[in-house]
Design a protein around this ligand. Structure first.
Ligand SMILES: [Zn+2]
Length: 206
């Protein structure tokens, strides 16, 4: 059965979104068509997001566009954030995850991905140049750089890349990475072999 072109277009656009397959696209399209008000609100939100949001010129976080030429995100603009500690993450979603816990009070740098031969992502696709410039020009200098990249092969490869950049651009800074091992609340027999192995390797003295 052929859909009217407007519906076919809607389904196609929805199905292209991450995590949305053809079936979910159908459900979303039907729900929107049944509630025109919701559809109008969604359209308006999309337009506002496109017009009013940009990328922070310092760290790559999402930031509100202002009259000023360069966007600055709320974290970079917040004088209460520790200027000595920088946490390097893959994506803005990682900032959200870290901020939810509220344990980290420093600054961030968003790489915009991790190197992956499979996905065709190379070092030039990441914001490494911006990071190097930031490390070389930061006043005060960063005292610690935390690499908070994933434990996947791609995350680890990227960590090595960033580590050597940090050693060049900020040789005095302490380099650290997130601990590997037991998730909070997990029982030992629940862990996969890789995680359990790392938890053993990085065991702590009591
Ligand atoms: Zn920022």
């Amino acid at each position: 059965m052929a859909h009217p072109p407007a519906l076919a277009g809607l389904l196609k656009q929805l199905a292209r979104l991450p995590g949305v397959g053809p079936r979910s696209a159908q459900r979303v399209a039907l729900a929107l068509l049944a509630a025109p008000q919701k559809m109008a609100e969604l359209a308006s939100s999309l337009q506002h997001a496109q017009a009013d949001l940009g990328s922070c010129a310092t760290c790559g976080n999402i930031a509100a566009r202002t009259e000023a030429e360069a966007c600055v995100c709320e974290i970079c603009a917040d004088p209460r954030r520790d200027p000595y500690v920088l946490c390097v993450v893959e994506s803005v979603a990682d900032i959200w995850a870290l901020e939810k816990g509220g344990h980290f009070k420093g600054r961030y740098h968003v790489l915009g991905g991790v190197v992956s031969a499979l996905q065709g992502v190379g070092p030039d696709d990441l914001s490494l140049g911006l990071l190097e410039h930031r490390l070389r020009t930061a006043t005060p200098e960063f005292a610690e750089i935390i690499l908070a990249l994933g434990a996947s092969l791609e995350g680890q490869t990227t960590s090595h890349l960033v580590a050597s950049l940090v050693q060049r651009a900020a040789p005095n800074a302490l380099l650290s990475t997130l601990a590997k091992g037991m998730p909070v609340g997990a029982s030992v027999d629940y862990l996969d072999e890789g995680t359990l192995g790392l938890a053993l390797t990085y065991r702590q003295r009591l």
